[in-house]
Ligand binder design. Structure first.
Ligand SMILES: Cc1cc2nc3c(=O)[nH]c(=O)nc-3n(C[C@H](O)[C@H](O)[C@H](O)COP(=O)(O)OP(=O)(O)OC[C@H]3O[C@@H](n4cnc5c(N)ncnc54)[C@H](O)[C@@H]3O)c2cc1C
Length: 371
């Protein structure tokens, strides 16, 4: 089978690119390894820029029943700061969102091939995409949107990953805790990481956190012990989760995310392979802007590709758009993780809650870059 444009991966970046190219009248095939809707490790805070990108694709995110979020709670030990967010976000599960966007792309005319895993890509004059258990496919252009997953033949440049392990679990909270968390995203700081806690659709709470591998090892790698340990560190978390019911049989986990990675365009880049989403840049998760970057990369790729630009020009422009916010987010994270500085920064933010809103603004896709 011969497809001229292949998109590898059907997360937000891949699905949005498929929808945009199909809307521009281009035949496009998207290959996704999951057979149907699947849970993903993500805090599921959909920022306002991400929502705006979706609406430019004619996608009605408000129809999916997400939970409106307009306040931020920053918690450390016994102390909390609550402030209004400078924008409105949505708590929406990736299982719902990614599936709906794939359906949107399909209705626009994209061909979806689901349940197929790409095993290797070779790029010479044309592109050959090898697929587990299937005949290889060829293309002239590949949009690489496999997210955190490396693809043989197209690995990302190494970034020293932090020794952090990520976890995600859904909870059914007791009604008073649910009311306390309503319309808030809670960012909970620990000495070795942080957690995001918020409501998503279906009256579920999403707890997603990063902690050090050494803490996990000290606790024998056991999830219940880890959760209890975090609740000991954070009375706020303990209060919200008291009596809550876990809704997944086991947490989703991730290890060694290359936060801070930005694909730097170079002369060896193939001109016909476009890196999107986490394959182009990975922002620290506390910003809740990874999905906005994925969607921005998709919109920019569609815009530039349909105007005849090659992948090198695209990567140059994308890296200009997202480098600043990823670098600033990295610095904020490093500062906030220094044990001696964390308390000072937290106290400063208690005195000047506006600085929290400024930090939130500094880690967005810049307004001038948005399409
Ligand atoms: C702990 C954590 C919390 C986060 N919280 C937030 C948040 O609250 N808000 C926010 O905006 N961002 C958040 N992010 C970032 C966000 O999840 C990512 O930036 C975003 O998912 C990137 O989208 P993507 O389309 O590039 O990749 P993905 O969403 O990862 O999609 C990649 C797709 O490719 C498919 N795929 C992978 N390999 C293959 C293969 N070989 N063959 C075929 N298909 C393949 C996968 O199945 C998947 O569907 C968080 C990230 C982490 C790690």
């Amino acid at each position: 089978m011969n497809a001229r444009i292949i998109i590898a991966g059907g997360g937000l970046a891949g699905a949005a690119t498929a929808a945009g190219l199909a809307q521009a009248g281009m035949p496009v095939t998207l290959i996704e390894r999951e057979t149907g809707p699947a849970d993903k490790i993500c805090g599921e805070f959909l920022s306002h820029e991400a929502q705006a990108s979706l609406s430019r694709l004619g996608f009605d995110v408000s129809a999916l029943g997400g939970h409106i979020i307009n306040q931020l709670v920053l918690a450390r030990g016994k102390a909390t700061i609550t402030t209004k967010l400078p924008f409105t976000g949505l708590g929406l599960t990736r299982k719902t969102l990614d599936e709906a966007l794939l359906v949107h792309a399909q209705s626009a005319g994209a061909t979806l091939q689901r349940g197929l895993t790409i095993t290797n890509v070779t790029a010479q004059a044309g592109i050959t995409v090898d697929i587990a258990g299937q005949t290889s496919q060829t293309a002239n252009t590949l949009f690489l949107a496999t997210g955190k997953h490396e693809l043989r033949g197209l690995r990302r440049d190494a970034v020293p990953p932090q020794d952090l392990v990520g976890f995600k679990m859904y909870f059914r909270l007791r009604p008073p805790a649910q009311a306390a968390l309503a319309h808030k995203i809670a960012l909970i700081l620990f000495n070795d990481g942080y957690a995001g806690l918020q409501m998503v659709e279906g009256e579920q709470a999403n707890l997603c956190f990063l902690t050090s591998r050494s803490r996990l090892q000290q606790l024998g790698g056991r999830w219940p012990s880890l959760l209890m340990d975090l609740c000991c560190d954070s009375p706020y978390l303990a209060h919200i989760l008291a009596g809550a019911e876990e809704l997944l049989p086991q947490p989703l986990t991730i290890y060694r995310v290359p936060y801070g990675y930005i694909h730097r365009p170079n002369a060896n880049d193939p001109t016909h392979i476009f890196r999107l989403g986490d394959q182009a840049g990975v922002i620290p998760s506390f910003t809740g802007d990874g999905m906005a970057i994925a969607l921005h990369s998709a919109a920019l790729a569609v815009d530039m590709f349909t105007k005849g630009a090659d992948a090198r020009a695209f990567h140059r422009r994308l890296s200009e758009d997202i480098s600043g916010q990823i670098t600033r987010a990295g610095w904020l994270y490093r500062l906030a993780s220094m044990p001696n500085l964390q308390g000072v920064i937290f106290s400063g933010m208690q005195l000047f809650p506006a600085s929290l809103r400024m930090a939130a603004r500094l880690t967005r896709v810049p307004v001038k870059s948005r399409l």
